[in-house]
Design a protein around this ligand. Structure first.
Ligand code: C2E
Ligand code: CA
Ligand code: CA
Ligand code: CA
Length: 280
């Protein structure tokens, strides 16, 4: 502010240019990584806490960069969405998830209700023909779509209710199931929610994190469980980290969970090794 208008202008210009330049470099890197097929999936178990049985997995994106090692999704998904490169990346990831799940099914590891849940960004839904992509990829890989679940966010569903509803109906006809991700932090209109062919709510981990210290979070979690029950939806708790949270959820009739208490996301091969807290 002490500098002249012109200097200030120059300063901002330089900074903006710098940011754009970095974004351009990153975008080129993303394009190269798509060609080099550097994107991969880790899998986090979804457990029936009553039995310790793995009912499915959530597939989570990782970038295995040739020089920089493993890059987490928070570091590249936002730019991939901003540049729409999430579309080709999302298709690659969906195919990887289907190939892997098919391999597990062929090994006899998956029960009839097994789900491999794949995250779908709003950009993929609005700018890609998601129905065509899911149909083509399940055909190509030979995976029965019943084993596939798509995780959508509240924001997308509520912003484009008509389009969302039509797409969801088509996807359901393929046999795939639909989950609402990060439930509770968006702007869901509850009256809307029941109009959609949803199968599952995933309680955002911010509500689970401070259980049992935070009484408000416990009340919200109970309310979401009651809502799910009255709408006939399955409810899965995300981010379960300890036995107290597990026992609270079980006492409230919530059986499905995901979280570090059971396992962090791991490569497919790791998941197949014997585990202490859950079984296939
Ligand atoms: P998300 O869909 O909510 O995924 C759950 C995140 O919580 C994962 O982070 C997971 O590693 C982490 N998590 C699981 N259990 C626990 C726990 O007990 N405690 C804590 N503190 N964290 C836990 P991750 O893998 O870093 O993914 C971050 C986000 O990136 C995802 O959040 C999702 O929004 C996005 N993402 C990941 N993979 C994909 C993808 O393939 N496509 C799209 N569009 N987005 C993705
Ligand atoms: Ca998710
Ligand atoms: Ca989530
Ligand atoms: Ca809290």
């Amino acid at each position: 502010a002490k500098e002249s208008g012109r200097n200030t202008y120059t300063f901002y210009t330089t900074e903006i240019t710098h940011t754009l330049f970095e974004k351009m470099l990153m975008e080129n890197e993303l394009r190269r990584a798509i060609d080099a097929q550097e994107f991969t999936l880790f899998y986090q178990p979804q457990i029936d806490m009553r039995t310790g049985k793995m009912m499915g997995v959530e597939a989570l994106a990782r970038w295995e960069h040739s020089g920089m090692g493993i890059i987490m999704p928070d570091k590249f998904i936002p730019l991939a969405e901003g540049t729409k490169l999430i579309i080709p990346i999302g298709r690659q990831l969906l195919e990887i998830a289907c190939v892997q799940t098919k391999a597990w099914v062929d090994k006899g590891l998956c029960g009839p209700t097994w789900k491999t849940a794949v995250n779908i960004s709003a950009i993929q839904i609005t700018h890609d023909d998601l129905y065509e992509a899911v149909h083509a990829i399940t055909q190509k890989t030979g995976l029965d779509p019943h084993y596939l679940e798509l995780e959508l966010t509240e924001t997308y569903i509520m912003q484009n209710p008509k389009v969302a509803r039509a797409l969801m109906d088509k996807l359901k006809k393929l046999g795939i199931t639909l989950a609402v991700d990060d439930f509770g932090i968006g702007y869901s209109s509850l009256s809307y929610l029941k109009q959609f062919p949803l199968d599952r709510l995933k309680v955002d981990r911010s509500f689970i994190r401070d259980i049992p210290e935070d009484l408000d979070d416990m009340a919200i979690t109970k309310a979401i469980l009651a809502l799910g029950k009255s709408l006939g939806l399955e409810v899965l708790a995300e981010g379960v980290e300890d036995a107290v949270q597990k026992e609270f959820l079980l006492s409230q009739g919530c059986f499905l969970a995901q979280g570090y208490f059971y396992a962090a996301p791991v490569p497919a091969a790791t998941l197949e090794k014997p585990q202490e807290k859950f079984s296939w």
